[in-house]
Design a protein around this ligand. Structure first.
Ligand SMILES: [Zn+2]
Ligand SMILES: [Zn+2]
Length: 232
């Protein structure tokens, strides 16, 4: 299951950019790498001695890729190997990285929607990306991931949960659902408000739903009172 480096929205500097990881021995799977993430990874000594780094990117907003270049540089120059970046839009990721001076020989890019790989420490991992509803300007993806400890859905930034994901939750096919959730609630919101999340998820299923990407307006006590979990 996931550990979180940060759980805040883009402007919630107190909680840091939302980013999660699984680390087993010298293998790391990182989900998103926003502006505050590299600093925290170094502070927590998570990158030391790593032999394998996989980085899932949900979309290219700064609070999700702001320090991706640093993580790749650190892996390439200090740890001495290329990290694998998983992102379904090949062209977009290449051009973003090229534009910040990260050349293609420094990383491996996996851009299929359905990815399966086996790592000696993390075990077999299956990732199925799906497009999610966030903003008009760039594509955004959520994903279902099956790993040794269970099956999760991770929304990335999204103002909607697809029906297929809700059915999986209902049918017991998901152990946890991680959802971008905010206190602010207005027409055209690119994130999921707590109000909308309550309308979407039946009370009985809420203990499997973990709220993340929290803004300053969200009332954590209310989130918990409504039966949801909050990532730490
Ligand atoms: Zn975003
Ligand atoms: Zn974000």
């Amino acid at each position: 299951m996931l550990n979180f480096i940060g759980s805040g929205s883009a402007f919630n500097t107190q909680l840091g950019n939302t980013s999660a990881f699984i680390k087993k021995k010298d293998s790391l799977l990182l989900i998103d790498s926003g502006g505050t993430v590299f600093h925290r990874l170094r502070e927590l000594k998570i990158l030391e001695e790593l032999k394998k780094i996989y980085i899932i990117i949900t979309h290219t907003h700064p609070d999700h890729v702001g320090s991706l270049g640093e993580v790749i540089f650190y892996s390439y120059y200090i740890l001495g190997h290329k990290p694998t970046v998983l992102f379904p839009n090949d062209e977009l990721m290449k051009s973003f990285l090229t534009n910040i001076g990260v050349s293609q020989e420094m990383y491996l890019l996996e851009s299929s929607f359905n990815v399966t790989f086996a790592d000696e420490n993390l075990g077999k991992i299956d990732i199925n990306f799906l497009p999610v509803s966030h903003v008009e300007t760039i594509p955004a993806y959520g994903f279902v991931m099956r790993e040794r400890e269970g099956v999760i859905y991770y929304s990335g930034d999204s103002n909607h949960i697809e029906d297929e994901i809700i059915s999986k939750l209902k049918n017991g096919k998901l152990d946890r659902l991680y959802q971008d959730t905010c206190g602010l609630d207005y027409e055209g919101n690119s994130h999921m408000s707590l109000r909308k999340l309550k309308e979407t998820i039946h009370f009985d299923l809420r203990n499997k739903v973990y709220c993340m990407h929290l803004d300053q307006h969200i009332d954590i006590e209310e989130v918990v009172h409504q039966g949801f979990q909050v990532v730490k």
